[in-house]
Write a protein that binds this ligand. Structure first.
Ligand code: ATP
Ligand code: MG
Length: 710
């Protein structure tokens, strides 16, 4: 049996390696405590110590403490730290403290109270709300494709987390200027249908994850006996990452508290990066207004990162505006000095990824474990070039919070579709392989402009990445045919090693929250990627742009020692170098950091095509196809477009091929916009080469002429 430590020894062990402010938070008497602090200042360490202290000093029984956080990972981390404080009797009881996610805690409580509150009707937790949302969408007359249903499910989750009813949804969306893929009234109808479908299933009530929270709050709010029993059981509440709390979770917390104030919260408003799910830092920022006698502690010493990294983090967040920025503190690095953060500019993304892979190889050679290195990017589709570069360099990696590029559903579908076309020998009717591939990907979602809706956009970005991969392959091997291309792509997919735990981490900035590595590469920091363009669409000073700035701050503060920030001026080798570094790096990145890198040999190209509306140089494939910026007004002849589509349908039937093999939608749009009057004007349209001119030119010119006469 382990020997019990003396009270003094135990106290020293809990407090000895804390700084004065951390100790103040740990020792504050029971009652409201708020720790407001930046990244890496020991917030999680402080609350676990506070729990251990309250328990060992006999202020509260371990079973009466409920510690909650937002992700399984964070809850596990907290349980681990509490267990690690074990080793003596007090430690053993510290391990008995409940540390759970809001959902897990609510689920447990609901199972216990349900029979008393609801009676004999049983409940069942839905693994996924997908099927019911699809049914609800169908009833509301909305399409039920996978992306639509996922986006609708996301809207329902946001509304429920924000305590917004179906009736209140349209107004709420208008109030916050939320981007939604459908008409608000339609989404509200789907949400309403969804709720009634769930409750009308035989003898079972279907509950989703948010219902667990709603019903728990309601049971405690409405039933005094339940409230009494619950409040006798739990007396002391602790919340980590409190800036991420949603109004729904706050309502549950309030039900738990029931007017009491034994609550410790810690958080960093400047790490709020989940607003789109309904999370709000206002409860953290308003804490001392709500509890005027709260002990408020601010931590400024950063124990995670070198002073060099900390200084950069301070500069990134210094420019922040708005309410959250008001809570920011100047961090002071506590670790020994390390290397300065490195800023690098590359001509294209392939050069950038190749250089990053080389730097990683060097770090590994000089003793940094691969598992202590991360590459962080803004959107999942950016992982592809890094997967490829690391594979080529023979470095093991795993993709966090998403599958590898070639395992993505849309990419597998795309390869299958190409495979089928290859088997039917259809490539012969096309002019060029990249054109043909783009056409084949169009029905899978490769539209000219990014579609509305987060899921659809994610898918679109992956398809754009695939189309560009094909451009690269063909640029390097102009003789490639469809079969050869498929073989190349399959080889790439197969050479990606199965996920390993010990490899380099590839992750989005969102998935990196709360984690830390010795070396971090923040890549793709071009304006339009970070901040992302759809945030910029809200205006340069908008809250969505501020949230993007916080994402960069979260990224920078993940690094302990080595930090590299990079961006590329063009997407692909030889592309027009029209990009600029992220606006968040203005005045932060040094002026000249250009690195031409170990880029692959480039093919010389002609002058960049220009927009026929505003004459700007065009860079994105859809823009080049349309021969105008995607944002420039379309001067399309709608009737002509309809005629062209009818004609295409007829021809496709005659030829027994899919319609896009004749012409893609984008090509038809370009025709209906530019109204070509002769062969020369026709071949100037991307997607129309000599073969198609010969096959279809007379028909198309006749159609255009016919419209102009009428
Ligand atoms: P984040 O905002 O990213 O969640 P945090 O504020 O929760 O960060 P912790 O994870 O608790 O920070 O601590 C960051 C690192 O600093 C950890 O490795 C932790 O062990 C260490 N640390 C915290 N406080 C001290 C201290 N007083 N002395 C030495 N190391 C410390
Ligand atoms: Mg933490």
């Amino acid at each position: 049996m382990m020997e019990a430590m003396s009270p003094t020894a135990s106290r020293d062990r809990l407090l000895g390696d804390l700084d004065d402010e951390q100790r103040e938070a740990v020792l504050a008497p029971r009652g409201p405590v708020c720790v407001l602090a930046g990244a890496g200042t020991g917030k999680t360490r402080t609350i676990t110590r506070r729990i251990a202290h309250l328990v060992t000093a006999g202020h509260v029984a371990p079973g009466q403490v409920l510690a909650v956080t937002f992700t399984q990972r964070a809850a596990g981390e907290m349980r681990g730290r509490l267990r690690a404080l074990g080793g003596d009797e007090a430690g053993a009881s510290t391990a008995a403290v409940q540390a759970q996610t809001f959902h897990a805690a609510a689920r447990r409580q609901l199972s216990y109270f349900w029979p008393r509150v609801v009676g004999t009707t049983d409940w069942q937790l839905m693994d996924s709300k997908f099927a019911v949302v699809a049914q609800a969408a169908n009833r509301a007359g909305l399409p039920t494709g996978t992306d639509n249903v996922r986006d609708l499910a996301g809207e329902i989750e946001w509304a429920k987390a924000s305590l917004i009813t179906p009736e209140g949804y349209p107004q709420a969306v208008a109030d916050v200027g939320r981007d939604i893929p459908f008409d608000a009234a339609k989404v509200a109808a789907v949400y309403g249908n969804y709720e009634s479908l769930k409750s009308r299933r035989n003898d079972v009530m279907l509950l989703d994850f948010d219902d667990l929270l709603l019903h728990t709050a309601a049971a405690i709010e409405n039933d005094p006996a339940v409230a009494q029993e619950f409040r006798d059981r739990y007396r002391c509440f602790v919340v980590d990452e409190y800036q991420d709390v949603t109004p729904l979770q706050q309502r549950v917390l309030d039900a738990w508290l029931g007017g009491r104030d034994d609550l410790t919260v810690v958080g960093d408003a400047n790490q709020t990066i989940y607003s789109f799910t309904g999370a709000s830092p206002r409860y953290l920022l308003d804490f001392s207004r709500r509890f005027p006698d709260a002990a408020v502690v601010r931590l400024e010493r950063d124990y995670r990162s070198t002073p060099q990294v900390v200084s950069l983090a301070n500069r990134v967040i210094a420019a922040a505006r708005g309410r959250m920025a008001g809570s920011r503190l100047h961090l002071v690095g506590q670790r020994p000095p390390g290397p300065d953060p490195v800023f690098k500019e590359y001509p294209d993304e392939v050069a950038e990824a190749t250089a990053v892979a080389r730097s990683i190889a060097k770090l590994v050679e000089s003793g940094t474990a691969a598992s202590e290195i991360a590459v962080l990017y803004r959107i999942n589709a950016q992982s592809e070039v890094y997967e490829e570069a690391l594979t080529e360099a023979g470095i093991a990696f795993q993709v966090r919070g998403g599958e590898g590029f070639f395992s993505r559903q849309e990419i597998r579908q795309a390869l299958l579709a190409l495979q089928r076309l290859a088997e039917r020998g259809l490539q012969d009717t096309a002019d060029s392989l990249p054109e043909f591939v783009r056409a084949a990907l169009e029905p899978l979602g490769l539209t000219a402009e990014p579609p509305p809706g987060a899921q659809a956009r994610d898918r679109w970005e992956a398809l754009v990445a695939l189309a560009e991969l094909v451009d690269d392959e063909v640029a390097q091997r102009p003789q490639l045919d469809l079969h050869g291309l498929l073989a190349e792509l399959r080889q790439r997919a197969d050479s990606r090693h199965p996920p390993v735990v010990q490899g380099v981490t590839l992750a989005s900035l969102h998935a990196a929250k709360g984690l830390e590595w010795d070396a971090v590469f923040l890549v793709g920091l071009a304006d339009g990627t970070l901040p992302i363009s759809h945030a910029l669409a809200h205006g340069p000073d908008s809250e969505p742009v501020e949230e993007e700035r916080r994402l960069l701050y979260v990224g920078v503060t993940r690094a302990r020692v080595h930090l590299t920030l990079s961006w590329a001026l063009a997407r692909k080798p030889g592309g027009r170098q029209g990009r600029r570094p992220s606006r968040f790096l203005n005045g932060i990145a040094p002026q000249s950091q250009r690195d031409d890198g170990p880029s692959k040999p480039r093919k010389p190209r002609g002058p960049a095509p220009r927009c026929r509306v505003c004459n700007a140089a065009l860079t994105s494939p859809p823009a080049i196809m349309l021969r105008r910026c995607e944002t420039c007004p379309s001067d399309i002849d709608e009737q002509l477009l309809a005629d062209l589509k009818d004609w295409r349908l007829r021809i496709a039937k005659e030829m027994n091929v899919p319609a896009y093999v004749v012409f893609t939608d984008n090509t038809l749009i370009a025709i209906a916009e530019s109204l070509p009057s002769d062969d020369a004007a026709l071949v100037a349209i991307p997607g129309i080469g000599a073969r198609k001119l010969e096959q279809f030119g007379p028909d198309v010119l006749a159609l255009v002429k016919g419209r102009q006469k009428s």
